[in-house]
Design a protein around this ligand. Structure first.
Ligand code: DGL
Length: 264
């Protein structure tokens, strides 16, 4: 029998933060993850057209699997390319990260002052502002582009030199300290890995992670459509587009016994 998979796509390893949450909440689901590590970062140096082309190229690889749902676990790909993906694959239910995180932040913020950390491309798109304001029009939003974070996470600085990581994070968070925000969106799936560090720097601020909010939408859809898997031994496939050996150390922080392979 063919196995139906939840497909998860990111420009790199950040999407594994979403995968680890799917495994925790939906342990019976088969998952195929694809990280476009050969082309990361998407968010600081690529045009919208390039991001669309890369995302569509990767969708071609993922759609070779029998997908019952797809999560675009990349805010940058979401704001630039999710419409193109939905148009090209009308038969695959596509879930993306920005709308559910924006909704959660808008609904839970009490003073309606919301900070966002994201890539240059996501901040420039204005997609978070648009989504937050469609739920709560009076919100004040403070967006901070953070081009240094993804490369530092992806190359393992996060593990090897947490002090350096915290210093850079502090640079980005410092301006938010005086804005009196009560909610901060981690608007890049890589940033979920720094959640504790962020809370230490901004104690008392409610952290909303784009990696996690999307799972609620996925769960609801699978339940409604009676598509939840009851498999005892779920199959998990982890693919990257460059040499997989470089990523095992970082990925092991998020997924136990992970075996990463090169995508064809
Ligand atoms: N993880 C991706 C996101 O959520 C961004 C990484 C990148 O810049 O490629 O935006």
């Amino acid at each position: 029998m063919r196995k139906k998979y939840i497909g998860v796509f990111d420009s790199g390893l950040g999407g594994l933060t979403t995968v680890s949450e799917i495994i925790r909440q939906l342990p019976g689901e088969n998952i195929v993850f694809l990280g476009d590590t050969a082309n990361i970062p998407y968010g600081s140096s690529k045009s919208r057209e390039e991001i669309i082309a890369l995302t569509m190229d990767n969708m071609e690889k993922l759609s070779a699997y029998d997908l019952k749902a797809l999560i675009i676990a990349c805010n940058t790909a979401d704001c630039n390319a999710s419409e193109s993906v939905r148009r090209k694959y009308p038969n695959i239910p596509v879930f993306a990260v920005i709308a559910p995180a924006a909704k959660k932040a808008a609904e839970t913020s009490e003073n309606h002052r919301i900070g966002i950390l994201a890539t240059d491309s996501t901040v420039a798109s204005g997609k978070y502002e648009e989504e937050i304001c469609s739920c709560s029009r009076d919100s004040e939003i403070f967006s901070v582009p953070c081009p240094k974070l993804v490369p530092m996470i992806e190359t393992g600085v996060f593990i090897d030199d947490p002090g350096q990581m915290k210093k850079v994070l502090l640079e980005y968070l410092e301006p938010l300290k005086e804005k009196d925000i009560d909610t901060l969106i981690l608007g890049c799936t890589h940033y979920d890995i720094m959640r504790d560090m962020v809370s230490e720097i901004l104690p008392g601020v409610n952290i909303v992670s784009s990696s996690r909010c999307v799972i609620e939408d996925l769960k609801q859809y699978l339940k409604q459509q009676k598509k939840l898997s009851r498999t005892q031994k779920a199959k998990r496939i982890y693919l990257v587009t460059s040499d997989p050996k470089r990523f095992t150390r970082m990925a092991s922080l998020l997924i136990n016994d992970i075996e990463i392979k090169k995508a064809n």
